[in-house]
Design a protein around this ligand. Sequence first.
Ligand code: GRG
Length: 296
Amino acid sequence: MSPSNSQAVSRKLEEASVWVNAGLQILTGSLDSQSILPKLASYSLNAGGKRLRPFLVRAACEALGGDPDRAVHAACAVEMIHTYSLIHDDLPAMDNDDLRRGLPTLHVKYDEEQALLTGDLLLAEAFREILRTPLGPSRIAVMASRLASAAGPAFLVGGQYMDMYHPDRAGMEWIGRMIRGKTAAMIRVSLELGVLSSCSGDDLLDQISVLGDKLGFLFQLTDDILDVSGSTEEMGKRVSKDAEQDKSNPVSMMGLEKADALADKMARDIETELSALRGDWSSVSDLALYLPHRRS
Ligand code: GRG
């Protein structure tokens, strides 16, 4: 990927951030304030995440000529669920991390009880938020149902469970299933929600789901590569976690060189498959091509 393409991806990620941040600000400002939990939710939501998932919701909607205003509630909902999952994952009972998005994790800044409740708040409010989508009730129901499925026991929660109870000798098939749940589902559903909010791509949903899973795997692969070759400063979180905890992942199983080559190949395959679809999927392709080169 050329430096100018990588700048274009950074610019589009920044545009998506501004877009989704406006929605998140309205939302957090309107939360019931019997407690300080809305303030804690803002702390984690505004801690400087890349907004990759909102970017994908918007890019998929625009790829099919949809109006991004229709997609913004779904984008906020996805980012809220992603942020809740990070807050809970960082808790001592799970991955026990003290640094996230370059800042102290929520339970370190406040305490565990409040961090737990802030995650709960974000999960519940995410569903209220997606229901605000300005489309017909049956379409909103499909969107909410897909989001619930991606966030539930078959995917995000189930993948996290697998990660928590990682067997000593996990094989590639097991790792693939874990990644499909823990990481890829929220990336896949972001594309699906973008397509659904465009109201003009329902026939493409199955193909987009498959591509979303591939993009999610690629994202996790590059995360695992950076866990070995990146720094805490670049990533805004502790690195070398999997090695410390003796957990296998695609990089530990195939080695860094092969993992780098696989990431490049997967990105090019995704680009080829997207170019065969109706619509202009160049923003998503550019993101895929950028992932093997990202440093954060
Ligand atoms: C607690 C139900 C539950 C799930 C937790 C998010 C998660 C599942 C675990 C965190 C550990 C991990 C490696 C997850 C894979 C997904 C991933 C790489 C998340 C980080 O996503 P980024 O890099 O984060 O997009 P930012 O901070 O930029 O939003």
